[in-house]
Design a protein around this ligand. Structure first.
Ligand code: RIB
Ligand code: CA
Length: 305
């Protein structure tokens, strides 16, 4: 029986690859895609989600647009990573359809109610839509949330914080305190699995070529910023963790979000050694079988060929 998932994303190069992985995973039943402002504006992240679905002929997957800004923080887009379109690199045609008229938060609630909660929500952008879902539809809670975000160690948008959490720390604080079964796939894990030239060389077909073009742009940022000869496909790790739970090792720990300090805004404070005796509220990713993940990703992307 496939696991029903909802992908809440901000495409974004790695979101786009995560979406392709979800579509190519028979273990998963993708009920729909919702979008949020993050890597780029809501208009662009929504268009990008539809453009990717158009590219693989999946006009059947509903797309609903959500929050166009964080709960209270000023909007901030990561054009320095994902470009002006949010998906720079391939020359993808404009979206062939509009998103649903329904707001993403109401769309998520309806799908979760239909499944009586038996849905895994996979957020791969700022958690604004998820926080709004919890606040506006308290009766529509997913049984599990597997999110890409946070870091035990250093951040990527500041020394303290990872981008998705930093963008909307108030939203993240609500999600981590919700009592729902939350898994955090953070930078400590995603930075260990870099998609490099040898993986790109294995990609086949039109989808493989499109992904190579995505990674040519996305990889240039990681080469310049970190000196790496490969890119972390952050969001795809969250999707893979749902279909293949043995790829990422997790520990149940207490996690709190800094919403007070400007210097450490959006930090995910992880009580890794249980010194603080915080209530364990999260399965925290601590290690990954990088070769297995990267091999799965190549194999699944090639299944479109
Ligand atoms: O910090 C990495 C995360 O921020 C990824 O989800 C990437 O797409 C951006 O949203
Ligand atoms: Ca993302």
């Amino acid at each position: 029986m496939a696991t029903a998932i909802l992908l809440d994303c901000d495409p974004g190069h790695d979101d786009a690859i995560a979406l392709l992985l979800a579509l190519a995973s028979p273990e998963l039943d993708l009920l729909g895609v919702t979008t949020v402002a993050g890597n780029q504006t809501l208009e662009k992240t929504t268009a990008n989600a539809i453009r990717v679905l158009d590219f693989v002929g999946r006009g059947d997957i509903p797309v609903a647009a959500g929050a166009d800004r964080p709960l209270i923080r000023e909007p901030f887009v990561a054009a320095y990573v994902h470009g002006e379109t949010g998906l720079d690199g391939p020359d993808l045609p404009p979206p062939q359809r509009a998103p649903l008229a329904q707001h993403a938060v109401d769309f998520l609630a309806d799908r979760i109610r239909e499944r009586k909660g038996a849905v895994t929500l996979v957020p791969t952008g700022p958690l604004t839509n998820v926080a709004l879902l919890l606040a506006l539809h308290p009766d529509a809670r997913p049984e599990r949330i597997v999110l890409m975000g946070g870091a035990i160690a250093e951040g990527n948008v500041t020394p303290a914080a990872e981008f998705n959490i930093w963008c909307d720390p108030e939203a993240a604080a609500r999600v981590f305190a919700s009592g729902i079964d939350v898994t955090m796939i953070g930078l400590d894990v995603t930075h260990k699995a870099l998609f490099g030239d040898r993986h790109k060389a294995q990609l086949e077909g039109e989808v493989g070529e499109m992904v190579r073009e995505l990674l040519a742009f996305y990889g240039a940022f990681h080469k310049e910023a970190y000196g790496w000869d490969g890119s972390p496909i952050h969001d795809a790790v969250a999707v893979a963790h749902v279909s293949h739970p043995n790829l990422v090792e997790t520990l149940k720990r207490g996690v709190k979000i800094d919403t007070e300090s400007e210097l450490s805004r959006g930090r995910t404070l992880v009580d890794l050694w249980r010194r603080a005796r915080w209530e364990p509220n999260c399965h925290v990713g601590v290690d990954i079988d990088a070769d297995a993940f990267l091999g799965l990703l190549v194999q699944r992307l090639n299944s479109f060929a």
